[in-house]
Design a protein around this ligand. Sequence first.
Ligand SMILES: [Zn+2]
Ligand SMILES: [Zn+2]
Length: 370
Amino acid sequence: MGLSYKAAVLHAAQTPMAIETVTLAELKPADVLVKIRAAGLCHTDLEVIEGSLRYPMPIVLGHEAAGIAEQVGPAARGVKVGDHVVLSWNPHCGHCFYCDRDAPILCEQYLGEGPKAVAFDGESRARLADGRPLRQLMFLGAFGEYCVVSDQQAIPVPKEIPFDRACLIGCGVMTGAGTALNLGAIAHGDTVMVIGCGAVGLAAVQGARLAGAGVIIAVDIDPAKLTLAAKMGATLGIDASKDDPADAGRRATGGRGVDVVIEAAGSAAAFRVSPEAVRPGGHLIWLGKIDVNKDVAFRWGSLMQEKRIRRVSYGNARPRRDFPLLARAFLDGELMLDDLISRRITLGEINEGFSALKRGETIRSVIIFD
Ligand SMILES: [Zn+2]
Ligand SMILES: [Zn+2]
C-alpha cells in the first residue's frame, strides 16, 4: 500500500467534489512527491466543474499550487527534498517539433497527453479507495494533500515567500505578468489596456507596470476590481457596464487607440471589443477562454487595419527561469500578491469556494493545507 491522503474528487461535471481518501501509486524515477501547502481556485478548474472544458473523470482538479518536495526520484533533476516548489502545468519533452522551436506550450507530448489528464508519461499516479485510477488535471491534480509531478513541474523558489502567495505564481500570475513581460509587446511608455481584472488581469496590470508602460487602462464591470487594479498600477479605470472600452482607449490616446490590449476576461463581449480598442499596428493578446464550441463575432472594420493578434495561454512561461524571478519580485515589493487572495479556505470548503468564484465575489480563494 502506498501513501493515502485526502483529495477533492470530481466524479461528474456539475456535481460537487467529494473529499475522499485516495492512494498514491509507486513513484517513478523522475517523479517528485509534493506535499501541497496551498492551492488556488482558478477559472480553468471551474470550466471543468461546469462541463465547458471536458476531461475524463473521476479527476482531481487544481493546477495552481505550492508545497514542499517530500520525495524526489533518483532520476529527478533540478529539485531536492525539502525544496519549496511552485508547480508548473507545462511539462514538455524537449525534443519535438515545437520544443525545437522554443514553444514548450505547444509540445506534442504535452498537447497529446494533456486531454488524458494523467501524469506526463500517460499513467495515473493515484487511485480511489475502490482501486479505480484517478485523473490529474494538467498533469497535476493539486486539490489534495499530496501530488505527484514530473521533475520539470516542481520549480524551487526562495523559501521566504509564503506558500499562499507562491501558489499564485503557478498559473494566474505567470499567465498575466508573463504575458506583459515575456512577449516583448510592451515598449517603454506604451499605453496598455487590460480587459478583465481577475487574477490574470491584475497580474497583467502589474506586468505592464514592470514593463514600463506609460498609461495602464484597467477595464472591468466590478468597481472593487478596478480599485484593486489602481492599487496595482492601473492609471485609469473603465467600468465597461457604463463606458465603452474602445472609446475610453481612444480618449486616452488622442484618438489613435491603445498600443497593447491584453484581454483577460474570457467573454465573447470582451473578445469582440478587444480589437476595437487597439491602434493600427498595435498588439492584441487574448488570454481569456470561453467554451471551445462557441462562436465569437467581430466587426470586420476592427480587424481591417494591420494589427498583431496573438493567443497566449501561459505567458510564454519558462517556469525554471520565471517562477524564481516572480517570487523575487514579490519579496522585493515589486509584485503585489497579497490582494489577489480574497479568501483562505480549507479543502472541505472547496465547493463553496468555486461557487464564490462563479458569482464573481473572489479574485482567488486559496486552499490552505495544514
Ligand atoms: Zn489556471
Ligand atoms: Zn516537446
